[in-house]
Design a binder for this molecule. Structure first.
Ligand code: SAH
Ligand code: SF4
Length: 346
């Protein structure tokens, strides 16, 4: 019962002081304060885009920094959160992929991003009066920030449990989407241990091209990945897997690619989210033209799949997909130096 009470103060009212938890006995509050601290990652800077997108540069223990992005849309607001500082993977079109992994975020640092966004949005309702998901400013979460969430499975899972718990942030599991580059052995656990929706960074329709774009494909190729997705439980038409597909000029955007894509995913309840490539300094690719993207989308649509084109948001503040990279880690350090500093083995 006490846990439930504390969770409500923390996650539903946004209280940061044990002494303000007035339904707990005074002595008990004092004991809590002696033993625990309530701490959020620190917001170092907040930038607001012309389109209303907010990007937070967030400092976590050890002085490391990650970015969190809030995207307001008609009828909903999505928070894009990070799970790692940097990334072990090196997808060739992704800015984060040029930054080596510094460390995994803790569950507290992951859910802390939700808390600090709610602080900034001024969205702490009375306990027991949680607004419906659809009327919340922060109504959806996507694990699409920095890092590969399935390489930090336990912390991501524990944080999302808090996000979904009725005594926690209380968001429906259908409003949380985890995006993976294709860490095949962890995909089944995503369904059974988290139960959120799944998005997969597909991006290529032959192993040859996917190897160059998403190098994890060398470990688990397209066929292995599709097998895992076919087995993903709880598939229904309302719970389709999202295939993310970045549109790179003359690399993966031909009609043949579109036809191959629909052949490959046959039998999987899916929607294909086309992402116009977002540029970053020194990026080795260009964005496909709007006409090309539309033609590609059309082939997929005619094959019976929804094929929305993702609108780039917050480009002017480098907040769009794949543009995140923390400023202080921008200068590349040696892997060993980074690992030593973070207290993890290289
Ligand atoms: N690491 C996870 C989640 C983070 S990336 C993953 O790879 O799935 C979220 C999405 O943005 C992924 O589909 C990723 O491939 C895509 N992305 C990365 N860089 C991009 C860029 N420069 N332009 C457009 N999309 C990009
Ligand atoms: Fe890492 Fe995802 Fe970027 Fe690939 S696309 S480098 S997995 S963050």
């Amino acid at each position: 019962m006490r846990t439930g009470q504390i969770w409500q103060w923390l996650y539903q009212k946004g209280v940061r002081d044990f002494d303000a938890m007035t339904n707990l006995a005074k002595g008990y509050r004092a004991e809590l304060a002696e033993r625990f601290v309530i701490e959020l990652p620190e917001v170092v800077t907040r930038q607001i885009s012309d389109d209303g997108t907010r990007k937070y540069l967030v400092r976590i223990a050890g002085g490391h920094e990650v970015e969190t992005v809030y995207i307001p849309e008609e009828g909903r607001g999505t928070l894009c959160i990070s799970s790692q500082v940097g990334c072990t993977l090196t997808c060739s079109f992704c800015h984060t992929g040029t930054q080596k992994l510094v460390r995994n975020l803790t569950a507290g640092e992951i859910i802390g991003q939700v808390m600090l966004a709610r602080d900034d949005l001024g969205e702490w309702p009375e306990p027991g009066h949680n607004p419906h998901d659809e009327t919340r400013l922060l109504s959806n979460i996507v694990l699409m920030g920095m890092g590969e969430p399935l390489y930090n499975f336990e912390s991501v899972r524990d944080a999302m449990k808090i996000a979904m718990d009725p005594e926690g942030i209380s968001l429906s599991r259908r409003r949380i989407t985890l995006s993976t580059s294709g860490v095949v052995p962890e995909i089944a656990r995503t369904a059974t241990e988290i139960g959120c929706l799944l998005a997969v960074s597909f991006h290529g329709t032959t192993d040859e091209i996917r190897d160059t774009l998403v190098p994890i494909n060398k470990k688990w190729n397209i066929e292995t990945l599709l097998e895992a997705l076919r087995a993903y439980p709880k598939l229904s038409n309302s719970e389709r897997i999202t295939f993310e597909y970045v549109m790179l000029k003359d690399v993966n955007d031909s009609d043949e690619d579109a036809h191959r894509l629909v052949q490959l995913i046959k039998g999987i309840p899916a929607k294909i989210n086309l992402i116009p490539f977002n540029e970053w300094p020194g990026a080795p690719y260009e964005r496909s033209s709007n006409n090309r993207i539309r033609a590609f989308a059309d082939i997929i649509y005619k094959a019976g799949y929804a094929s929305p084109i993702r609108k780039p948001r917050g480009e002017d503040i480098m907040a769009a997909c794949g543009q995140l990279k923390s400023a202080t880690e921008r200068v590349r350090k040696g892997r060993a130096a980074i690992a030593a500093e973070a207290g993890i083995a290289p």
